[in-house]
Design a protein around this ligand. Sequence first.
Ligand code: DX5
Ligand code: ZN
Length: 222
Amino acid sequence: MAPVIIAPSLLSADFGRLQAEIEDLEAIGADWLHCDIMDGVFVPNISFGIPVLAAIRRYSHIPLDVHLMIQQPESYIEDFIEAGADILTFHWEATVHVDRLVQKIHIFGKKAGIALNPATPVEVLRDILPFIDLICLMSVNPGFGGQRFLPYITQKLLRLVELRMQTGSHALIEVDGGISPETARQIPAADVLVAGSSLVQAPDRRAAIQALREAHRPHRLA
Ligand code: DX5
Ligand code: ZN
């Protein structure tokens, strides 16, 4: 099993000193940078958009994991790719033509991810699973950092692992929302952990990322 990928969420960073925040997160060993894009329509909050993503790209050297919490993501996908996204994850609930959008992302040579709101069953992904690179299981209702992990996601994750096996998919499974060492321990099957408040706002980020890795798959760090 590959080591877990840790993707700090920039939503919890200090936007006034984004360059320093990016450098610091890379220095402590972040694998990806998770960029939360919110439009105030799909979710009840607005974060940042295309020009800010382009600025993040200028100062970062690791993959940008772009989580689009926007309605009709197909209208903006090319702009986000041009701004520097490496992985584009859109919500299954936000578009009608899921397959078309996956194809479009792949035409540009980028990785395609699909995110599911907590109440959306993983079974909706059965047919598309072999064709996508990542599934983002939301473990909070999207829109805000700092929310509590929904415990039923642990069962949902197990069903998704089973479905991935049945369909021969190699997609990575990311879990996003309320991740801390305590909750990471409950989802050892996750391949990617997004951590906002528990990591980016920790007084000692280096200790926090280490604690997350150890809690998630303790047997891998012996
Ligand atoms: C929520 C976002 C998450 C969020 C995670 O809508 O998609 O990525 O920033 O933040 P925490 O880890 O604080 O729940
Ligand atoms: Zn996110």
